[in-house]
Design a protein around this ligand. Structure first.
Ligand code: IMP
Ligand code: MG
Length: 191
């Protein structure tokens, strides 16, 4: 088969419905800064990074490699009950931590804080377990739809406008988590 007659290869990374918001290079540079900040602030402390599955998987993997400390990691998976598309704040733990966090310094690692309802409930649950401290790292902060305004993000990657984004762990109905950048879905109905 000649090159001319071969079907055009399909590329997920250059899908026409995507508009890049942050490139891999921009993300990399920002995560290095966050890692250095955490390295300074947690020196000498017993640190556990708790990743909230699935969205935080890429952020977690990149961030932990920029934290030059003796640390451990753990994961939780929660499902937030949604009313149509809005989070209701009810949270079911699908996968709990593998190890106790009593007397540990915990950083919860999240992909994005939107209404803040899921995270607010998750922090309440973790708060009851006797950690020495609990802080929050969120790759993206979308403040406009926030309902739980008391949720404080200690380490933020980027603050974004009220738009639906995908990539770098974030999905639209399960798709696009593997994009190495953050993008806006131009037409959500076609995603
Ligand atoms: P909330 O803060 O309780 O509203 O829920 C946050 C969760 O909703 C995040 O962990 C994501 O899984 C999801 N989410 C919110 N905004 C977006 C987005 O723009 N793209 C992909 N997922 C999102
Ligand atoms: Mg999430």
């Amino acid at each position: 088969m000649s090159a001319e007659s071969a079907a055009a290869p399909t590329s997920e990374f250059s899908h026409p419905n995507l508009e890049v918001m942050y490139t891999a290079e921009q993300i990399n540079a920002r995560i290095k800064e966050l890692g250095h900040e955490i390295t300074r602030e947690y020196a000498g402390k017993d640190l556990v990074l708790v990743g909230v599955l699935k969205g935080s998987c890429i952020f977690m993997a990149d961030l932990m490699r920029e934290i030059d400390l003796n640390l451990t990691i753990d994961f939780m998976s929660v499902s937030s009950y949604k009313d149509q598309t809005r989070s209701t704040g009810d949270v079911e733990i699908l996968k709990d931590l593998s190890n106790p966090i009593r007397d540990k310094h915990v950083i919860v690692v999240e992909d994005i804080i939107d209404t803040g309802l899921t995270l607010h409930r998750l922090l309440e649950i973790l708060d009851s377990r006797g950690a020495a401290s609990i802080k929050l790292a969120a790759f993206l902060d979308k403040p406009e739809p926030r309902v739980k305004t008391e949720v404080k993000i200690d380490y933020t990657g980027f603050v974004i406008p009220n738009q639906f984004v995908v990539g770098y762990g974030l999905d639209a109905a399960g798709r696009y988590r593997n994009l190495p950048f953050i993008a806006i879905v131009k037409d959500p109905s076609a995603a």
